[in-house]
Ligand binder design. Structure first.
Ligand code: ZN
Length: 244
């Protein structure tokens, strides 16, 4: 099986369409969505429709939860708050129902899937250091855990000597790291923040036991024009071309 893992689409339709097109060139059997389909961008309903159609497993993200009022925006920054207020007003009733039903956590083929952290996924903590990663390795028992949330692609390895380190490549083969466990952030489709504006997603092939990132160019200008039309904060518009 070849799985594609997408996350943090954030209502960016051009990015999502480009990524879905790219998966067609990669012989993908199943696309899994790790959450945050909405928030920030101009096409929340269209993005949820596309994810529902293409992804048999989809998780709840914090922006999805806030948009359907399962989560308060009190801990959101001002830009995210403005985006959520607009999104909540725009969502169709059937989309609200669909988002409300999404699970916080799932698993497939010995991989744990969660939007934020395996530890208390409903608290929406961030993994931004090796210490936080080390802590979270205690809260899943599969070899691999895939997450989103920070919008920064990263592969963290806990090897059989209990050493923890960041894998410095955009692909990893399990055969090369026998006995190791992995915490992988699949990056963001709709708002990458690793200084690369191209959409990011991950592929895991269960036959070759290899995980690889893909980067996909999309029409950023078109996305930005739509965001300007609905008066999204300038910071949210300009960050897309910088990938930050
Ligand atoms: Zn996000």
């Amino acid at each position: 099986m070849r799985y594609a893992f997408i996350s943090d689409i954030h209502a960016n339709l051009e990015a999502l369409e480009a990524v879905l097109d790219d998966t067609k060139t990669q012989h993908i059997d199943e696309i899994i969505c790790l959450g945050d389909i909405v928030g920030y961008g101009a096409n929340p309903n269209e993005c949820v429709d596309l994810v529902t159609k293409n992804c048999p497993v989809t998780l709840l993200g914090n922006h999805d939860a806030a948009a359907v009022e399962l989560l308060s925006t009190q801990h959101f920054n001002i830009h995210a708050k403005i985006a959520i207020e607009w999104t909540t007003k725009m969502l169709r009733k059937d989309i609200i129902d669909a988002l409300t039903e999404l699970p916080l956590k799932s698993s497939i083929e010995q991989m744990t899937l969660v939007h934020a952290t395996p530890y208390e996924p409903n608290m929406w903590y961030y993994i931004t250091s090796l210490e936080e990663a080390a802590f979270n390795f205690q809260f899943f028992d599969t070899q691999i855990c895939l997450v989103g949330h920070t919008h920064i692609p990263i592969i963290i390895v806990l090897d059989n000597q209990k050493e923890l380190y960041v894998h410095q490549d955009t692909a990893i083969r399990l055969a090369d790291i026998e006995g190791s466990r992995l915490l992988i952030n699949v990056g963001s489709v709709g708002q990458p923040r690793d200084r690369n504006p191209k959409s990011c997603y991950g592929i895991f092939d269960t036959e070759t036991a290899e995980f690889t990132y893909r980067r996909v160019a999309y029409n950023i200008e078109k996305t930005q024009q739509k965001m300007k039309r609905i008066k999204m904060p300038e910071f949210l518009v300009s960050r897309l071309e910088d990938g930050r």
